[in-house]
Design a binder for this molecule. Structure first.
Ligand code: SF4
Ligand code: SF4
Length: 489
């Protein structure tokens, strides 16, 4: 359980699902309603902190009993679980999920008291000009970017809320001089830290500095397996070579590395070569992003994949993932449906219940796979994840430009608990929700950002889904009509 290089929230949830299977455990966890109290009990159990007073001792004992009961059911010995919990990030992850279950019970999909992950668009500044950029990044920082002091406050608020992981994105986060001091501060608070980068600025020296600042994972964007394809998309000649060099430097410095690639008509025919590139570079993960026509991406909406193309791609990626040499996942929530269906008919052993999460269940636990996949729930926007913008604005997802509030002005926890938009996103049973009658609504839920981009409605269909093919056909027919009308004029 604790040996994996890539951290796996799905496993944590699977485990906690069992631990919280007791009314008494839930009662105590609710009592420990501050995320830090649960974290402290876990730290005492793991032997990395001392209990102060009888109350803390009792709580830690109850937590230990519940944890060991759950662990035994999964065949995990207490020393292994204690070792696992020595990592502050794992304790944070456990705490946020425990608190979610204690507060809301087991819901489908699970509702959390704070997001497990926040993607922080740290700056709008970028040195490339990518065609699909959702952030409409610019060569200069935006005038309303946060000061260093304000960025530190964002970290403190996320810590207070119990968020477990922060992914710095952008723009290009490495362009911003505050990145490393902020990462260092966040690392001292126990967050799991990653960077989504174009890789061009990762010199050997920068890679070491990233590692020393506590960044564990570098996800490098590459849109094609050759300089010709990648540079055309990224808008800068020579970007490909610098990106590959940056990825290698990150790997040499000991970071976990991944390739992020956005699937469009531009590169779908070279996906096999992309995977080969990943294998050659020995990356830990390839994550294929589902294109969302938002930001600058609106201008290339015609490059979006249709439902059949997407379905074929997902099935192909799943088969490749089963070869076992690297993790191959996607941001398309239909991958949860496809991976679960494959696993249930023994066509594969792994399930990806949301974006970068991986469930690798032994055959005897496959029975519970559906429940677990429903628990984790496909699209995590506003439920297990959200984004923070360069100016502190909070959005349900980086690809969904809906301002919910601002960390500094409204308070992160307050927005997470009370935003109407977030409450809507957490309910998959509403009759006006396009997926409400789909049997996969808890497993997948559709990419809400794609629904919003195409229809301006977070509850609309995801037109990339094979079950919603009629919606895609309507969009294509409308496009053709507009094209023909323009030709006649
Ligand atoms: S209809 Fe919605 S929940 Fe069902 S598979 Fe499609 S996108 Fe997913
Ligand atoms: S809306 Fe959901 S599925 Fe779409 S990118 Fe955001 S988190 Fe992923």
């Amino acid at each position: 359980m604790g040996n994996k290089a890539l951290l796996n929230e799905a496993e944590i949830i699977a485990y906690l699902n069992r631990v919280m299977d007791s009314t008494f455990a839930r009662f105590i966890m609710k009592k420990l309603s501050q995320p830090k109290s649960i974290s402290k009990s876990l730290a005492i159990y793991a032997g990395v902190e001392e209990a102060e007073g009888v109350k803390e001792k009792v709580h830690a004992k109850v937590v230990a009993t519940a944890i060991e009961k759950g662990a035994a059911a999964l065949g995990v010995e207490p020393p292994a679980i204690k070792n696992f919990l020595k990592d502050p990030y794992i304790r944070k992850g456990f705490s946020v999920i425990i608190r979610g279950i204690a507060e809301y019970g087991i819901t489908k999909p699970q509702r959390l008291s704070a997001p497990f992950l926040v993607v922080w668009n740290f700056t709008k500044e970028c040195n490339l000009r990518c065609k699909h950029c959702y952030a409409c990044a610019t060569p200069h920082p935006a005038p309303d970017e946060l000061t260093l002091e304000e960025k530190m406050e964002v970290v403190d608020q996320l810590d207070e809320a119990g968020v477990a992981a922060i992914s710095f994105s952008g723009g290009e986060p490495l362009m911003n001089k505050h990145l490393l001091p902020v990462a260092e501060h966040a690392s001292s608070r126990g967050f799991y830290l990653s960077v989504a980068t174009n890789g061009t600025l990762i010199t050997p020296k920068m890679a070491k500095r990233m590692k020393n600042a506590g960044i564990r994972y570098a996800e490098v964007s590459i849109d094609g397996p050759t300089a010709e394809i990648h540079d055309a998309f990224r808008g800068v000649k020579g970007a490909f070579d610098r990106t590959i060099a940056g990825l290698k430097n990150a790997k040499d410095a000991g970071l976990t590395v991944g390739i992020a690639t956005t699937a469009t008509h531009h590169n779908i025919d070279v996906m096999a070569e992309m995977l080969e590139l990943g294998r050659m570079l020995q990356v830990d993960r390839i994550i294929v992003f589902s294109f969302v026509p938002t930001g600058r991406g609106r201008e290339i909406v015609k490059e979006d994949l249709g439902p059949e193309e997407r379905e074929d791609l997902m099935n192909y990626l799943y088969r490749e993932w089963q070869k076992g040499d690297m993790q191959i996942v996607t941001t398309s929530p239909c991958y949860a449906r496809i991976s679960l269906s494959n696993a249930l008919r023994n066509a594969g052993a792994k399930i990806s219940p949301t974006h970068f999460a991986e469930l690798d269940l032994p055959a005897e636990y496959l029975e519970g796979a559906k429940a677990l996949t429903e628990f984790i729930g496909g699209c995590g926007a506003g439920r297990i994840y959200c984004s923070v913008e360069h100016n502190g604005d909070i959005q349900p997802c980086v690809f969904m430009p809906i301002k919910l509030g601002n960390v500094l002005k409204d308070g992160f926890q307050n927005v997470w608990d009370n935003s109407e938009v977030l409450l809507e996103l957490r309910d998959r049973n509403k009759s006006d929700y396009a997926c409400s009658s789909c049997p996969y609504r808890y497993i997948c839920g559709g990419c809400r950002a794609r629904a919003y981009a195409y229809y301006g409605d977070i509850k609309a269909p995801d037109p990339g889904c094979i079950m919603q093919k009629a919606e895609w056909d309507k969009i294509i027919n409308r496009e053709r009509r507009i094209y023909n009308e323009e030709k006649v004029r």
